[in-house]
Design a protein around this ligand. Structure first.
Ligand SMILES: Cc1cc2nc3c(=O)[nH]c(=O)nc-3n(C[C@H](O)[C@H](O)[C@H](O)COP(=O)(O)OP(=O)(O)OC[C@H]3O[C@@H](n4cnc5c(N)ncnc54)[C@H](O)[C@@H]3O)c2cc1C
Ligand SMILES: NC(=O)c1ccc[n+]([C@@H]2O[C@H](COP(=O)([O-])OP(=O)(O)OC[C@H]3O[C@@H](n4cnc5c(N)ncnc54)[C@H](O)[C@@H]3O)[C@@H](O)[C@H]2O)c1
Length: 465
């Protein structure tokens, strides 16, 4: 090991170049800080290289594939054969292009990029190990953005979430245990691409009418949904999951098994115990509303801190902490984080369910509009609904839930409505493009009063709880 002789002085150090780290680096550079970004692997982190982006390349391919029968309706002769190796190559090109973009943006913002694994030597000094080289840096401030990792199983048939989207061949069969976004997206996506999928999940953690509709969709698509309790997992050359059904053991076999387990924060190899940074029991780093730990000048953001392990949170926190460290005033409010699921059709859900609204003391009113009564959906195909939940007395919008094509595109509109504390009239008044699926939002609002235009009176789905 070659140890650098002098400790080098730096202004703001950021450890980890995922969506949290590189976003914070760029925003802090915009705010006038001299930024050094330390990444042990590749810029872009889990999200860009092995998570959000690869999984959405697959979701995009699956969505296009599911549209093939509709293309035939439109007179096209649809290609029938899918070459998975071309999809893998496309995934690699997308990831590489986006990663090069991050590298170029860091350069353009004069961010110093160091490759190596960082750990703390003292409250104001870190060491960075890169191959045989070990250099030390003293900092004014540091942001820890080291993310999280999944358990890696020894058996080659047991995959974690990252490995699932790196496969070079489409699995013939796949067993999935879990009911979170990862498990549901993987089940929908691999099934659409041609894998025989069995999903072991009981309750899906969604707004109840979305859960019901997704279960119905899975059934229609012939995704095997097993809700019996898993009693045994065996893995050798392939995987077997055994459940208890009516007092008897039933076994399911698959070429691969993906079990969506809790992710582990990357905090334990940083030497944080040496400098007294407080961790929660699960290893996440405890921070205040600005992302500051119990040590002054040491901040943490993204998956390595408590909260939903989502890139959208990592990005929000990165901007907030970078602004704080650039001397700007920061809004401490926690934003709405929408649930977005790239199932087929996709799901977008934000704010309260009816039950949560009742429990929070609201006089709840809900309205629902089916997409098969929406012109754009009749043209383009598909089904689903938009459901809106409001407070009858104050007319505040409390939640918006959609299953249907374009849900992941319309979710921005829903999020803005909730962030702007919209009232019923705010969503009833604006004119929507025609024909478009946005009109279904207006009609779900009208359904609150039994006034949807495109539904006969007996089908108006509005209720009070
Ligand atoms: C399959 C999958 C799909 C997903 N899809 C979505 C999605 O659609 N939408 C969404 O919002 N979220 C999604 N996520 C979650 C998202 O990927 C994470 O929430 C996000 O990557 C967290 O960002 P981060 O910057 O905190 O951490 P990471 O992206 O994990 O980045 C941390 C970086 O720090 C580096 N690092 C760690 N330790 C050190 C060290 N000691 N020294 C130097 N560098 C270090 C790592 O190499 C890594 O590059 C998905 C996750 C998976 C697995
Ligand atoms: N579209 C999206 O937003 C999107 C897409 C894909 C993935 N993700 C990511 O999915 C991940 C999961 O999120 P989460 O908050 O639901 O995670 P979580 O840690 O709460 O749960 C993950 C899953 O593991 C299961 N589980 C947890 N502990 C277990 C145990 N000991 N034994 C067996 N099963 C266990 C849970 O039932 C659940 O199905 C996050 O990293 C998230 O960012 C998000």
């Amino acid at each position: 090991m070659v140890v650098g002789e002098l400790t080098q002085e730096r202004d703001l150090l950021i450890i980890g170049g995922g969506p949290a780290g590189y976003t914070a680096a760029i925003r802090a550079a915009q705010g006038g800080r001299n930024v050094t970004l330390i990444e042990q692997a590749e810029l872009g982190g889990l999200c860009l290289n092995r998570g959000c982006i690869p999984s959405k390349v697959y979701a995009h391919a699956a969505e296009e594939m599911l549209r093939l029968p509709h293309l035939e309706d439109l007179g096209f002769t649809a290609p029938a054969v899918h070459d998975f190796s071309k999809l893998s190559a496309y995934r690699n090109r997308v990831v590489q292009q986006l990663r090069q973009g991050v590298v170029a943006l860091c350069q353009a913002n004069q961010i110093e990029h160091i490759t190596g694994a960082a750990s703390f030597l003292s409250e104001d000094r870190i060491g960075v190990e890169s191959g045989h080289q070990f250099d030390t840096y003293r900092f004014q401030d540091v942001i820890i953005a080291t993310g999280s990792h999944s358990i890696q199983h020894e058996e080659s048939c047991r995959l974690n979430a990252e490995q699932l989207y790196q496969l070079e061949q489409l699995p013939e069969s796949l067993l999935i245990i879990g009911s979170d976004t990862l498990a549901l997206e993987a089940a929908a996506c691999f099934h659409a691409l041609g894998t025989d999928v069995t999903l072991f999940a009981d309750q899906l953690p969604l707004e109840p009418s979305l859960e019901k509709e997704l279960k119905r969709t899975f059934k229609k698509q012939k995704i095997r949904l097993v809700s019996d309790v898993v009693t045994r997992i065996e893995a050798s050359s392939d995987a077997t999951v055994t459940v208890m059904k009516n007092g008897e053991e039933v076994a399911y076999q698959g070429a691969y098994l993906f079990q969506s387990l809790s992710r582990i924060p990357n905090s334990l190899t940083l030497g944080l115990e040496r400098i007294g940074v407080t961790l929660a029991e699960d290893g996440t780093i405890l921070v205040d509303v600005n992302g500051r730990t119990n040590q002054p000048h040491i901040y943490a953001i993204g998956d390595v801190t408590p909260g939903p392990q989502l890139a959208i949170r990592a990005i929000h926190e990165a901007k907030r902490t970078a602004a704080h460290l650039s001397g700007q005033d920061v809004d401490p409010t926690t934003p709405y984080y929408p649930t977005v699921l790239r199932t087929f059709p996709p799901i977008a859900s934000i704010g309260m369910t009816e039950q949560e609204a009742v429990e929070a003391g609201h006089a709840v009113q809900s309205g629902q509009f089916p997409l098969n009564a929406n012109g754009a959906t009749t043209i383009e195909g598909g089904s689903g609904f938009v459901k809106v939940i409001a407070d009858e007395q104050t007319s505040l919008i409390l939640g918006i839930h959609m299953i249907g094509d374009d849900a992941h595109r319309l979710v921005g509109q829903f999020t803005q409505a909730l962030e702007l504390t919209a009232k019923r009239e705010d969503l009833l008044f604006p004119v929507m493009a025609h024909p478009s699926r946005s009109e279904a939002l207006t009609e779900s609002m009208e359904a609150l009063f039994g006034q949807s235009i495109h539904l006969p009176p007996r089908q108006q789905v509005g209720s009070r709880a």
